[in-house]
Design a binder for this molecule. Structure first.
Ligand code: GAL
Length: 853
């Protein structure tokens, strides 16, 4: 019998094996294919439907509505409340208001929100434990059941469990009430508002695998064999000592949730658990010929843990995990399964553009797919715990994750940010993150913070790093510094396993030579911060009418071009890689048109730069910018690639033959004037032709050039063509042409089918085209969308960071020729859905049909 606490059996990064019971893969039987609903206790159901919602405190128009007392009581009359299903973001419907903060998207997210739901629990569940698992609720959640207070979890990004067993009546109607308060929260970006992630109802036997109660590690991994260490925390919530038996069977996992072939099992282990206590049972198993989790082939396994206790039904718990080996080195970078893997990452905030913060797995999958196609292999969950689905998708799709906890510690960036919660909650929130996410193979690095004001605080860094290292000794801990020299000089960074550097690499050689840091791997935890607006090109200026040029020549004082960052990376090839700020545009923080104070935070140490920035900020404030979402994205808020996308693709996917020309070629006002042409290509040389005439060949200097530039092209309408070469062979071409007049509107769905489950989405791209189906680049046409069949238009967008048209509107202009419609099917109603578009601006309407299945 092994009942070791899991922590005592593991070493950091290379856990030893606590033996253990073994069984060879060949000796076990196949298992009938089933699908798990989600990781964790098997008796789980989604608790999202049929909630009632009412908003108090600040209203969308800025007025105040008093909050009455007694709304947690079952008898409260909620007849007039809004009926809805979760996840729900009460602020995304808007309206955008010019006087609201740009940093949080000019959306009215501050309010007090109340949610209520009635539910029944079967008589036969008497004696079982009943829990509500919240994936995340923004913010200051307080929960009551049947009028009795259950508990609170203030940090809106943490997942948490409420044990409602003592308050629930079996065989009767129960009422749960949730109060959320975003008025007490401050944020540097749009945080969303409401129960914006899923809620789950979980039922277990009194003796069961605890919440996030399994820890699966793979301390020894080779191509031919792996050791899988399984620690199960068995919790006894009964009043008597339990004599239980624990087994864990291991299965292959297909499609992320399907239980496939059984490959091994840990034989039954008896365990004695005293009343109201928990015991960890740790075992190992050897697996021959394991399928390793890698970026190319992200193989997954499912562990099915069963706790048998006399007098109870067996308690079943599922854990998805992967077998892979991580090594972080100061000289050779990061090695995944022994293979040097440069981290080509992006930072992502948690919103999903026009959908706001309300989690949708199709939207998340799409975000990750777009990033992966660019060659991105890693996501930084800036700057908070992500929704669990993000990790599930990263596991399935083969993406690495830098999993981050906080944007503030004790010292505030904003008055009511995490500093208010820090004293009481930092340990609980950190543990909630690590315990929840520890089995995801995608998660490779924990981050305790981002540019926190106390980043030089040695004791605090030590304390936070130790909490994480203790909870998970198998992964490194990092912190993102915007004052990396201060962080290192103070000694704070010695407590980290990985040094995270945001933007400032100039002192890298000095620290590489310092004995305290020479062996510390370093990560570009945030890089570039280039800003651009899709389809906007300026000559002689970087910014105009609150847009940023797409020549990728604009960034704030702390940032640089992607090209410059690639040059820096080439100079320090021993670094682990980079996380670009950001992959997607996001709601809020519309730098350089962010008139709020948060920009100043980037220059705490350089007083002259800070002064410059203060002056710039004053100037912006005078202009009262309408900007409400970021310009940092490599893709816009719709997910439409900006030109930068092709810069990253050229660099990150060198094997993909591609070339991309910018700008477009519709400049009637610049005939005879200069229009520079830039080309991103994965080739090493290219020749440019304007109207068939060669403009000469340009060659990239390795490690120096990441775009090819023809600066002195004189504009004449017609055609620009580039022919790229690699190693002397023709490699890729691209062409842009002066288009004809606008003549049609095209609607292009990204998928032809969607699930009729009330969740799945279909994204439709709208383009204004000429007769030859070419996008008319600068067109702004007012469009009206309509829908027939079993579906609804949930949002529209066009990627314009200054638009005040609410996302829920079915009328929207195109921005530089493009717009987007997001459609959802009706639950349980398969059929054909037709989306149509009309305009009063002289173009024929059109339509497209997708099928809900
Ligand atoms: C960083 C910060 C990010 C974002 C970014 C904008 O310093 O960590 O959250 O504000 O600047 O460039």
């Amino acid at each position: 019998m092994n009942q070791n606490a899991c922590k005592s059996t593991m070493k950091r990064f290379a856990a030893g094996i606590a033996l253990v019971l073994m069984q060879s893969a060949a000796a076990v039987n196949a298992h009938a294919q089933t699908t798990i609903i989600r990781e964790g206790n098997a008796n789980v159901q989604l608790f999202d439907d049929n909630w009632k919602f009412s908003r108090y405190g600040l209203q969308p128009d800025g007025t105040k509505r008093p909050e009455p007392e007694g709304m947690e009581q079952p008898a409260w009359n909620d007849k007039d409340w809004t009926k809805l299903n979760l996840p729900h973001d009460w602020a995304i419907a808007g309206p955008f208001r010019i006087e609201l903060a740009g940093k949080t998207g000019k959306l009215p997210w501050k309010a007090i929100g109340w949610y209520r739901k009635q539910f029944t629990i079967d008589k036969k569940d008497k004696g079982n434990r009943i829990f509500l698992d919240f994936d995340g609720a923004m913010a200051y959640a307080k929960i009551w059941v049947n009028g009795q207070y259950v508990g609170t979890w203030p940090y809106g990004y943490s997942s948490f469990r409420m044990d409602i067993t003592p308050f629930v009546k079996t065989g009767q109607t129960n009422t749960v009430a949730v109060r959320l308060d975003t008025e007490s929260w401050d944020s540097r970006w749009y945080p969303g508002a409401g129960i914006y992630r899923h809620v789950w109802l979980v039922k277990t036997a009194p003796v069961h695998t605890d919440h996030w109660g399994t820890t699966i590690t793979t301390p020894e991994v080779t191509d031919s064999a792996a050791t899988i260490q399984v620690a199960v925390k068995v919790s006894n919530q009964s009043k008597v000592t339990a004599q239980s038996k624990v087994t864990t069977e291991i299965f292959e996992c297909t499609n992320g949730t399907q239980i496939g072939q059984q490959v091994g099992a840990i034989q039954e282990t008896p365990v004695k658990v005293l009343a109201d206590s928990a015991v960890v049972v740790a075992n190992s198993i050897h697996l021959k010929q394991p399928q390793l989790w890698s970026l190319e082939k992200p193989a997954l396994y499912i562990a099915k843990t069963t706790v048998h206790t006399n007098g109870s039904k067996p308690d079943i718990y599922y854990t998805t995990f992967g077998i892979r080996h991580l090594q972080f080195t100061a000289r050779q970078g990061f090695l995944l399964n022994g293979k040097r893997t440069e981290i080509k990452g992006v930072c992502l905030h948690h919103d999903m553009g026009a959908l706001g913060a309300a989690v949708n797995i199709t939207a998340l999958r799409r975000q990750l797919r777009i990033m992966k196609e660019m060659g991105c292999n890693a996501i930084r969950t800036s700057h908070n715990p992500p929704t669990p689905e993000l990790l599930q998708l990263a596991d399935e799709m083969g993406l690495l994750v830098w999993d981050e906890a906080f944007d503030a510690w004790k010292k505030p960036k904003l008055k009511n940010d995490y500093n208010k919660l820090f004293p009481e909650w930092h340990e609980k929130d950190l543990l909630a993150l690590v315990h929840r996410d520890k089995n995801h193979p995608a998660v490779i690095i924990w981050s305790i913070g981002n540019e926190v004001m106390d980043q030089r605080d040695t004791a605090l860094t030590h304390e936070l790093a130790a909490i994480v290292q203790h909870a998970d000794p198998t992964r490194p801990v990092s912190n993102g510094y915007n004052d990396p020299d201060g962080g290192r000089a103070s000694g704070a960074a010695t407590y980290l396993d990985i040094m995270g550097v945001n933007y400032f690499f100039s002192q890298q050689p000095k620290w590489d030579a310092d004995p305290r840091y020479a062996d510390k791997p370093t990560m570009g935890s945030e890089t570039s911060s280039c800003v651009s607006s899709r389809g906007e090109y300026f000559f002689g200026t970087k910014y105009d009418h609150f847009q940023a040029t797409s020549y990728d020549e604009a960034w704030p004082g702390w940032g640089c071009s992607p090209d410059e960052q690639f040059r820096t990376n080439a100079k320090y090839p021993h670094l682990l890689g980079e996380f670009v700020w950001t992959g997607f545009d996001y709601l809020g923080e519309p730098t350089p048109f962010n008139s709020d104070e948060t920009n100043l935070l980037n220059f705490r140490t350089d007083s002259s730069k800070r002064k410059e920035l203060e002056a710039a900020l004053d100037a912006i404030r005078k202009k009262n910018p309408p900007s409400r979402s970021s310009y940092f994205g490599i893709v816009d808020l719709c997910g439409f690639p900006k030109d930068r996308y092709y810069n990253y693709q050229a660099h990150w996917r060198p094997e993909l033959p591609m070339a991309h020309i910018m700008p477009h070629w519709n400049w009637p006002e610049r005939i005879g004037q200069n229009v520079p042409v830039h080309v991103y290509t994965s080739g090493d040389m290219a020749e440019l032709f304007v109207n068939g005439v060669s403009q000469g060949k340009k060659t990239k200097r390795p490690g120096e050039d990441f775009r090819l530039v023809w600066d002195s092209i004189t504009y004449q309408p017609g055609e620009v063509k580039v022919v790229a070469y690699k190693n002397g062979q023709q490699w890729a071409t691209d062409v842009v042409r002066t288009t004809g007049k606008m003549s049609k509107i095209t609607l292009e769905p990204e998928t032809n089918f969607l699930q009729a489950d009330g969740t799945d989405l279909c994204y439709i791209t709208v383009r204004i085209c000429d007769n030859d189906n070419q996008l008319v680049p600068r067109s702004a046409v007012n469009l009206k969308f309509s829908i027939t069949g079993p579906g609804e238009i949930v949002a529209t967008d066009n990627g314009d960071a200054t638009s005040f048209v609410p996302f829920s509107s079915t009328a929207r202009p195109t921005f530089n020729g493009m717009a987007q419609v997001i459609v959802k099917g009706k639950k349980g109603h398969p059929g054909k859905i037709t989306v149509s578009v009309q305009t009063d601006e002289g173009l024929q309407g059109s339509s497209t049909t997708v099928e809900a299945k």
